[in-house]
Design a protein around this ligand. Structure first.
Ligand code: MG
Length: 241
């Protein structure tokens, strides 16, 4: 009796689903790789640590070549006048975690206060700035895609306090003839708050003029900007997508 009842229920469900069964839309192929998630400062198991302590300075070079002159201890700190630094490794589509801290003692104002930057592919800047009660142009404040996209909100912590960016970046694609096939996209979470929601980049970051794409390699180094202010970084890790 119970079996007949179950059969009736199944027939009724199939009738309601136009003869289709749940199994027809189940995909059992390509189970995702197992990753152990991070825990606080611990990165996920498949991440590449780019800066976790002094020894990791070997993963970085001065943008013009040679060793970087930034202060490299438990944290990595900009030495004013020493130049930008970039990774030896190159990346395309990534998930990137970066923690940064602007100087506790406030010096300068506007763009001159705690300025640095995270440049995806060395070309596309997510602005690092002390934007805690510090007025500047909106598309140049912390978390801005510099001169392209204003952050949705200002989620800045006070100077001297550690902050985080979680960045999801899709690299641009180019055709053989150099024309743009697909633009770059970026999502940024600042201190756990979504501030850039899959915005389209108009081209590499420029301080003057309108950006436009020019064909470049599929993978390029990640760059950190030296902008005369002693901004610090720690717990930098990246996952290639
Ligand atoms: Mg900057």
């Amino acid at each position: 009796m119970k079996q007949i009842f179950s059969l009736l229920i199944l027939c009724m469900m199939m009738y309601l689903a136009n003869g289709q069964t749940p199994g027809e839309t189940e995909d059992w192929s390509g189970a995702p790789e197992v990753v152990t998630p991070g825990n606080g400062t611990q990165p996920p198991s498949d991440a590449t640590v780019l800066y976790g302590g002094a020894g990791d300075i070997e993963k970085w070079v001065h943008v013009e070549g040679g060793p970087p002159a930034w202060e490299a201890g438990d944290v990595l700190t900009v030495v004013p006048g020493s130049g930008d630094i970039q990774t030896s490794q190159v990346f395309g589509d990534v998930q990137l975690h970066v923690e940064w801290r602007t100087p506790e003692v406030i010096e300068g104002k506007g763009q001159g206060r705690g300025n640095s930057g995270v440049f995806l592919m060395g070309l596309y800047e997510v602005q690092v700035l002390d934007s805690y009660e510090n007025e500047t142009y909106s598309n140049g404040q912390a978390g801005a895609i510099y001169k392209q996209h204003i952050p949705l909100v200002n989620a800045c912590r006070p100077p001297g306090v550690w902050q985080s960016f979680d960045i999801f970046f899709t690299a641009p694609g180019f055709r053989e003839d150099g024309s743009l096939l697909s633009p770059a996209f970026i999502t940024v979470v600042h201190n756990g708050v979504l501030i850039q929601n899959h915005v389209e980049l108009l081209g590499p970051t420029l301080n003057i003029g309108k950006p436009r794409y020019e064909k470049h390699a599929e993978r390029l180094p990640l760059m950190l900007q030296e902008h005369s202010n002693p901004v610090s970084y720690r717990n930098i890790w990246i996952r290639e997508l």
